[in-house]
Design a protein around this ligand. Structure first.
Ligand code: ADP
Ligand code: ZN
Ligand code: ZN
Length: 728
């Protein structure tokens, strides 16, 4: 006689609440997936609670179809993090929970669980020797395997080919086998093998500090200049945590662009299963890797932002590499900061978290200054010294297609010495805009407040925001004149100029257009490391942590365009970007040189950068922020709205502001304004800033405010809340 009980379920629906059902499956447990009716749909949700009573009247409670997991997918500790995130980012818990599950586990009809292994059932074990006819070869082989190995890893079946997989399906249908967990791999208790270099004293004390913190909550900021060997500190700290029987979570901004870290980790811990999680994985693959982390088989998880939510039963250490990187912020849908949640998770779990960067976010650095985070500094480069940073005063030198004589001379010198140079420009395409010399027409995107970028090679005008793509017009659309000219520089134009100036040189352009395929980028890296390239031209992609030992000169083309911006984080971002770019120079044995072209060589940011004095830069910035009342001294949230026309969006925000007026104080609500990029992909965008001195005050306000906004759901405006916004 089945016992019926109540289950409270998180579902991915826009309503910000949980849903109660009746359920008579004895497997109903907190953290298990369940299939339920919702309207006329069948949805998968997660059981969040097993309540005694429900507010829904008895006769209205619907019955759940079935519980999909015999073992709960999520533990209470996992749910605690998700509940925190839902509350802090003011996002429905159901949407949060479901957004963090691998897609394959969210769909009705996919297998409930990618099995770790298979084992014979009673019926399977009872099969007679000659139960299978001789010609059923694959089935006989499978049965043999299952008899030999009580627990047969799923990977062995996959490896055996499609006939064996078919045989397995038949066995499942007959009820001869059942899925089971694979036996956990024994964690490596050995110290890192000899391939690990001898640590420098700075590195050693950093590793000691992390090791000493194992077993309790502590945030540590590893502030290491580029090339100071932060990765080696991570690897040693990981070894210490693994040796204590812990799992390690290593969060990185990007995996596709920086695959060397993955190979380094795998090579350093050969006996340990490493689960790499990123958005480029096929759904089934992602679900399998996620399961191996959840079951405790994978001892290291290396992943991008979403993996901060991966269930890890033995988690003992979290590391966030390049913690300042904006990729840790999810900018759509459920908006969260994986860096910030990593700190929350460490505190909840009572374990240390290491945040590593040469240029930490000012929020992070302030916590280190105030002593909330332990500061670990790596002040010296492992090999050559720091690159010399010099400024080329564009008020005194004319440029040739964007390149100054000093930069051109520097490049020829390096070519003569057989060394590599890199020219950095933060814009792809040929030129950022096309203009008409007769009437002043400019190539605007019709659907965005942005210019169409000229891609000369394919003779196209493209919008980098909405994807608009059209042929370059032969004549001006307004006046018919053919005097159309590109204005400004992009990677393609710099590449063309360099080809003209250095006809003998081997030039390689690296931007999103040339690296769309992962293999293309791997080949390019090999060419660079194999000295098959003299000059690299590229965008931000080149700034990421690559180690190119023969690269000795870095030229920066239009840094000034990022210097003056109405975003209060512009200076912080530019400093970080230029530090990363400069850090590519001189990573071999010869010291490198960085030449930055600018019209403002005396700007304080450039002075701080020349001295590579992050502390001075950060303290000056923080003083300004404190004075002006910007984060981290205040806490912000942005209510964003978009609609067909601007008035609709602004009108929605005005009503939201009115609703806010009735709520408790301590929070400043600003006027609705059009967004910086007012139009995108044909939608008009506006925003409303909310600011508070205290984080708790902001959180309380937002949680009271959100239901009032939801009441306005009938408006034609689409809206979203962004807590701790990075982009305005
Ligand atoms: P960062 O991430 O701080 O920019 P990396 O971790 O990439 O620096 O280290 C820079 C280079 O120095 C790498 O090639 C790394 O293998 C090497 N390295 C790191 N630590 C040591 C060490 N203790 N002895 C010798 N080489 C080291
Ligand atoms: Zn014209
Ligand atoms: Zn556009």
């Amino acid at each position: 006689m089945p016992v019926t009980r109540l289950i409270r379920v998180a579902l991915d629906v826009p309503l910000a609440r949980l849903f109660d059902y009746r359920c008579d499956d004895p497997a109903a447990a907190i953290g298990a997936r369940v299939l339920v009716p919702f309207g006329t749909q069948r949805l998968i949700g997660i059981i969040i609670a097993l309540p005694e009573t429900s507010d829904v009247p008895e006769h209205k409670l619907r019955r759940a179809f079935s519980v999909l997991d015999r073992d709960a997918l999520l533990q209470r500790t996992d749910l605690r993090l998700l509940e925190f995130a839902a509350d802090y980012y003011v996002h429905p818990l159901g949407a949060v929970v479901m957004a963090t599950l691998p897609a394959a586990l969210r769909r009705v009809g996919t297998r409930s669980q990618a099995p770790g292994a298979w084992t014979l059932t009673e019926a399977g074990r009872a099969l007679a020797e000659d139960a299978l006819p001789p010609r059923a070869r694959a089935k006989r082989t499978l049965l043999g395997l299952l008899r030999e190995q009580a627990v047969l890893p799923h990977a062995s079946i996959t490896a055996a080919g499609s006939a064996t997989r078919q045989a397995l399906k038949a066995f499942v249908a007959e009820g001869w086998v059942t899925a089971t967990e694979a036996p956990p791999d024994t964690p490596a208790l050995s110290p890192p093998p000899d391939s690990a270099p001898q640590l420098t004293p700075d590195q050693s004390s950093a590793v000691d500090a992390v090791t000493a913190a194992l077993g309790r909550y502590q945030s540590l900021l590893l502030l290491g200049i580029t090339g100071s060997g932060k990765t080696e500190v991570y690897l040693h700290a990981m070894a210490a945590a693994l040796a204590q029987g812990s799992q390690v979570l290593l969060l990185v901004p990007e995996i596709a662009l920086t695959p060397q870290l993955e190979s380094l980790v795998v090579a350093r811990f050969p006996d340990v299963l490493v689960s790499t999680l990123h958005s480029g994985l096929a759904d089934v693959e992602r679900a399998e890797r996620w399961q191996s982390a959840r079951s405790g088989r994978a001892r290291i998880v290396l992943g991008t932002r979403l993996s901060v939510f991966t269930p890890l039963p033995d988690l003992g250490l979290i590391i966030v590499d390049e913690e300042h990187d904006s990729s840790f912020k999810q900018g759509e849908g459920f908006r969260y900061s994986a860096r910030d949640l990593a700190v929350v998770r460490a505190r909840q779990a009572g374990i240390p978290v290491v945040l590593g960067s040469a240029t930490p976010a000012l929020e992070t650095y302030r916590n280190a200054i105030d002593g909330r985070y332990q500061l670990l500094a790596l002040k010296h480069r492992i090999r050559a010294g720091l690159p010399a940073i010099r400024y080329i005063d564009l008020r005194r030198q004319n440029t040739d297609d964007g390149l100054s004589p000093a930069l051109i001379a520097g490049i020829s010198e390096r070519i003569a010495r057989g060394e590599q140079s890199m020219v950095f420009i933060n814009r792809r395409g040929y030129a950022p805009v096309l203009i008409c010399g007769s009437c002043g027409w400019i190539s605007n995107c019709a659907r965005c407040s942005a210019k169409l970028v000229l891609h000369l090679r394919d003779r196209r005008l493209r919008c980098h925001h909405c994807g608009h793509d059209s042929a370059v017009p032969a004549a001006c659309p307004d006046c018919g004149d053919t005097d159309l000219a590109p204005l400004g520089q992009g990677t393609q134009r710099i590449e063309a100029a360099l080809t003209r100036l250095f006809p003998q040189a081997r030039i390689l352009r690296i931007d999103r257009d040339t690296t769309r395929q992962r293999e293309a980028w791997a080949q390019m890296r090999n060419r660079i490391r194999g000295r098959d390239v003299d000059i690299l031209v590229g965008t931000q992609i080149l700034a990421k942590g690559h180690d190119f030992p023969h690269l000795n000169l870095v030229g920066v083309i239009n840094a000034d365009s990022m210097l003056y911006s109405n975003d209060f984080r512009a200076a912080e971002r530019l400093y970080a970007l230029l530090t990363q770019v400069a850090g590519r120079a001189g990573r071999g044995t010869a010291p490198g040189t960085v030449l930055i072209q600018t019209g403002f060589p005396d700007h304080p940011l450039y002075a701080a950068l020349r001295d590579q004095d992050f502390d001075a830069f950060a303290r000056a910035q923080l003083a300004e922020r404190r004075q002006a009342g910007f984060p981290p001294y205040v806490h912000q949230a942005l209510l964003r709205a978009e609609a067909r026309d601007l008035d609709t969006a602004l009108g929605f925000l005005a009503r939201a502001a009115e609703a806010a007026a009735g709520l408790d104080g301590g929070v400043t609500v600003y006027d609705p304004v059009p967004a910086n990029m007012m139009r995108r992909a044909g939608r008009e965008r506006a925003q409303l800033l909310v600011q508070a001195r205290s984080r708790a005050g902001l959180r309380a306000f937002l949680n009271a405010w959100r239901p009032l906004l939801a009441g306005a759901e009938s408006t034609p405006a689409r809206w979203s809340l962004d807590v701790d916004p990075l982009d305005f």
